[in-house]
Design a binder for this molecule. Structure first.
Ligand SMILES: Cc1cc2nc3c(=O)[nH]c(=O)nc-3n(C[C@H](O)[C@H](O)[C@H](O)COP(=O)(O)O)c2cc1C
Length: 224
């Protein structure tokens, strides 16, 4: 199934699409970093361009409006902002911490949301997770959708969560169960098709408005 799909949308036929791919874990032996790497491999195998990043590059001091006013944006926020702007879409593999997203990721999102023309708006995103649990960290992804979608990101409806991740990978870093690996590839390639269509064959343009339904007010409007 996946091979047929890969042939249909094969590497030589794909128009240029650039993806920022990163794991939201700072842990050296992170399962989410392995999953992010696997996503990057699938994207490149299907003709996409990948910018591989690590959460350490986006790590920021705890957000404070006073710190921002005094010191401006920290290097981690500058880096995430710059690299999001340079891509068509982003893929994040995030651990689930206490049924939610890791604080470091939310903190980086908060910092980057403060840029004028913040880069999540209208950018496609794919969220995935890996966890030793049977749920695969899927609950955390539902919470991660909230700030992304609030900021206007187009988060892909399907979410891939790798359960029992500590024993799911083979020695080459692929998912040991071939059917699940096929499903993973199909999931990524379907997302790539959407990003490609949106970039190269757009037929509708939408505007993002924060607080839909509120009376227009320059002090709070963030229409971009
Ligand atoms: C603070 C903390 C909270 C956690 N909460 C959850 C949880 O709610 N659900 C879950 O499936 N795993 C939870 N875990 C376990 C992580 O899924 C596991 O450590 C995973 O390997 C972390 O991802 P990583 O390997 O990419 O670093 C938690 C781990 C930590 C450190």
């Amino acid at each position: 199934m996946c091979d047929d799909h890969a042939m249909e949308s094969g590497a030589s036929k794909r128009s240029e699409v650039r993806f920022l791919v990163f794991s939201a874990s700072l842990r050296e032996a992170s399962q989410n970093t392995r999953l992010a790497e696997l996503a990057a491999t699938t994207i490149e195998g299907d003709g996409g361009t990948v910018d591989r990043a690590s959460m350490a590059q986006f790590d920021c001091p705890t957000y404070s409006q006073d710190t921002q006013a005094r010191e401006g944006f920290p290097p981690g926020a500058e880096e995430l902002h710059r690299r999001l702007q340079a891509c068509d879409a982003f893929v994040v593999a995030s651990p689930e911490y206490n049924a939610s997203m890791p604080g470091g990721l939310k903190n980086a999102i908060d910092w980057v949301s403060r840029y004028d023309q913040q880069p999540f708006n209208e950018r496609h995103g794919l969220v995935m997770s890996a966890s030793p649990s049977m749920g695969g960290g899927n609950r955390g992804l539902w919470t991660l959708r909230v700030p992304f979608e609030h900021l206007g990101a187009r988060i892909y409806p399907d979410m891939f969560s790798l359960a029992q991740a500590h024993k799911a990978f083979d020695a080459e870093g692929r998912i040991a169960d071939p059917h699940l690996q096929d499903r993973f590839d199909t999931h990524i390639i379907n997302f790539m098709d959407l990003v490609e269509a949106s970039k190269h064959y757009p037929c509708i343009k939408r505007h993002w408005v924060e607080y839909l339904g509120e009376r227009p007010e320059p002090a709070i409007d963030r229409v971009q």
